[in-house]
Design a binder for this molecule. Structure first.
Ligand SMILES: [Zn+2]
Length: 289
């Protein structure tokens, strides 16, 4: 079944979809938010694709619903390190079934040493198991890493068959780690947080990312960027402290300035990188059953 004409991403003369938001959580807006309108406003602002991440089993259904209703949504399903404590081993079989039901990536998964109480063993077990699942099914993975860079490298380097393709979302690691992580298969995405002068390490890392591994994200409704990067349609969300995918083009222009390239060149590069990262998931499935 083809999607309704109105649900396809806007095509430019060159056939591109504009900007792609490589990481967001539209299911996390407060109850009552019109998420369809959020995505519509972002499309009008020039964002043609949305990589929407589930973080725990209870929100997978919302991501699946969005993907089935809106062909510009690329769904990802996973168990985030914040939610591993309540997850039984049987969740892995249900995650695999979820990934078989529709074309989807694995995420958001990862390691986070800020979680309290910290159960390193459980975090690592579920992270490794989800990475292995992504590899076995040939799906890209999206990784969250907070205060756990040495640990992440250890886990990735221990994988005998490599790590597949993975995205380090809202990259916050040291610039010096980038070559090593890139060799392991990493893509790196940056949100509008990098436009805040207080985030020195991320600002130093941004220019060091190889052009062919760079992606952009909002992490909406999280990581509200500085006010200069709020799109007019996103102002009500910003007033409530929430980020909005319509902010992405302004964020991208700010990131282009930090990378000393033109927004147009960045857009073409990021579009190519998105295709490489998402592989068979991109463009999003036009004919979901
Ligand atoms: Zn996230």
């Amino acid at each position: 079944m083809m999607p309704a004409a109105g649900s396809a991403p806007p095509q430019t003369a060159a056939g591109a979809v504009g900007w792609v938001d490589a990481h967001l959580h539209p299911q996390d807006y407060p109850a009552g938010t019109d998420v369809d309108q959020v995505l519509r406003q972002a499309r009008s602002a020039g964002v043609g694709g949305f990589v929407c991440n589930g973080t725990e089993e209870p929100d997978w259904a919302a991501i699946e619903r969005l993907a089935r209703a809106d062909s510009s949504v690329v769904p990802f399903f996973g168990i985030h390190p914040w939610f591993v404590a309540g997850a039984a081993d049987s969740v892995l079989a249900r995650l695999e079934a979820q990934l078989q039901r529709l074309p989807a990536g694995v995420g958001e998964i990862g390691l986070d040493q800020h979680v309290e109480p910290l159960d390193r063993q459980r975090q690592e077990e579920l992270f490794s198991a989800q990475l292995a699942l992504a590899e076995r099914l040939g799906r890209p993975a999206t990784v969250h890493c907070v205060r756990a860079w040495g640990w992440l490298l250890e886990v990735l380097q221990r994988r005998p068959a490599g790590c597949g393709v993975f995205l380090l979302h809202a990259y916050g690691g040291a610039p010096e780690l980038i070559p090593q992580l890139a060799r392991l298969g990493a893509y790196f995405s940056f949100s509008g947080s990098v436009l805040n002068p207080a985030y020195g390490r991320a600002r130093r890392a941004l220019p060091q990312v190889p052009a062919e591994r760079l992606l952009l994200e909002t992490d909406a409704p999280n990581m509200l960027p500085p006010a200069a990067y709020h799109h007019r349609d996103a102002l009500p969300a910003a007033a409530a402290g929430h980020n909005h995918p319509a902010n992405l083009p302004a964020i991208a222009a700010g990131i282009a300035a930090l990378r000393q390239c033109s927004p147009a060149a960045l857009q073409a590069q990021v579009a190519a990188n998105t295709r490489a990262f998402l592989g068979p998931l991109y463009p999003p499935a036009w004919n979901l059953p």
